[in-house]
Design a protein around this ligand. Structure first.
Ligand code: PLP
Length: 401
């Protein structure tokens, strides 16, 4: 277990005040900024001034507060805030990879990311090898002289496989390759940069904001990488321009301060639900269960005290059963039939027909994605045993168990 680092404490140690001493940093709702001296403006465009703001697509003080808090949480030098998780992923990849480059990715990855890697990157002559991220030999074999990047998710969407970040980091370092990790499913409980990832990306839309009221993302990395992303001449984030509105980032920053409490409750509830359903004979995938193939590895990667996260899945074998079950669970008040995750209510969806529908059927089958897989983002229910009873009622009523 990774004992030396507490992400919540890193955030708590930050002293971020409003300009009039407000306990929350002030919201800067300005797209542009004045300069007292024209020379400073020129210097800022050249990237030579620290702490000067020139235009909100470049940097905004509200986004900087959130970026600083996320960098503290991850233990990275810096961070950059984007208007979506996909903007974070695509900007970071396009910043790193040029025409002619190659990257290796887990085949099991969020459907939007899969679509970007498989359908969009070929436009730029960037080639992609899709591998089973738990098969280290297949990763080593996929490395080519032009491999720039290994991309994976800490806990993969939707199969909840665990990426061995320390081992991937060793392989990447040995070959001069960058390791980028999407940690959206398990913030705080795992700190990928502390385990050797070079870049950590997030959909803030999910657990970090936790309210499902906005779309946002972040890229955490070195000062050099964040400076390169925001370079006015050739920075991908600066030039593609997916900047988050400062009002939204100030809201996310406030929600970030309760993330540690929420993650503990999500984890507790998911563990109770996973154990309870497994006892009933349901096929459960949850990395906190000893039956999960990478459970022991996961135990060595988690920060103590946050549990194993709020994401779990069950396999009811057919789409028809999955659809009946989800409809009934919604009617019984278990939660909502909805995509996305990290919400205070439980959300569930049939991955193969929703958030992984971009992945061709034959690839879904090859990676072991059952058409009856129902992915759950377990909510903050005060009485999770009651919710477990409701799920049990639905499963029995539909003769799934
Ligand atoms: N990464 C993961 C693991 C996701 O599940 C998602 C969306 O579901 C994204 C990235 C994309 O995030 P966003 O919807 O904020 O663009």
């Amino acid at each position: 277990m990774n004992t030396s680092f507490d992400p919540a404490e890193q955030i708590q140690n930050l002293l971020q005040f409003g300009e009039f001493g407000g306990v929350n940093p002030s919201i800067t709702d300005s797209s542009t900024f004045t300069f007292l001296d024209p020379v400073t403006m020129t210097e800022t465009f050249l990237g030579h001034t620290e702490g000067c703001f020139l235009y909100s697509r470049h940097w905004n003080p509200s986004n900087k507060y959130l970026a600083d808090a996320l960098a503290a949480m991850e233990g990275t030098e810096n961070a950059w805030i984007t208007a979506s998780g996909m903007a974070a992923i695509t900007c970071a990849i396009l910043q790193l990879c040029n025409s002619g480059d190659h990257l290796i990715t887990s085949v099991t990855t969020y459907g939007g990311t899969f679509a970007f890697l498989s359908n969009y990157l070929p436009k730029f002559n960037i080639s992609v090898s899709f591998v089973d991220i738990t098969d280290i030999d297949s990763i080593k074999q996929a490395i080519r002289p032009n491999t720039k990047l290994i991309y994976t998710e800490t806990v993969t969407n939707p199969l909840l496989q665990i990426s061995d970040i320390p081992v991937l980091s060793d392989i990447a370092r040995e070959h001069g390759i960058t390791l980028m990790v999407d940690n959206t499913f398990i913030p705080m409980a795992v700190s990928p940069a502390r385990l050797g990832a070079d870049i950590v990306v997030y959909s803030l839309t999910k657990f970090i904001n936790g309210k499902n009221d906005c779309i946002a993302g972040a890229i955490c990395g070195t000062n050099d990488f964040i400076d390169a992303l925001s370079n006015v001449k050739n920075g991908t984030a600066m030039l593609l321009g997916p900047v988050l509105d400062p009002l939204r980032s100030s809201g996310i920053l406030k929600n970030l301060h309760t993330l540690h409490i929420r993650m503990k409750q999500h984890s507790h509830n998911a563990m109770t639900m996973a154990k309870g359903l497994q006892k009933l004979g349901v096929k459960v995938i949850y990395p906190g269960l000893p039956s999960h193939p990478q459970h022991e590895l996961f135990c060595t990667m988690v920060n103590p005290g946050y549990g194993y996260g709020g994401m779990m899945a069950i396999d009811v074998e057919t789409v028809e059963k999955a659809n009946e079950l989800m409809g009934m669970m919604q009617a019984e008040g278990v939660g909502y039939l909805a995509v996305s995750l990290g919400y205070f209510k439980t959300l569930f969806s049939n991955s193969g027909r929703s958030t992984s529908s971009e992945v061709p059927k034959e690839v879904q089958q090859k990676m072991g994605l059952s058409e009856g897989l129902v992915r759950f983002s377990i909510g903050l229910d005060n009485n999770i045993d009651k919710s477990l009873m409701k799920v049990r009622y639905c499963l029995t009523n539909l003769r799934i168990i």
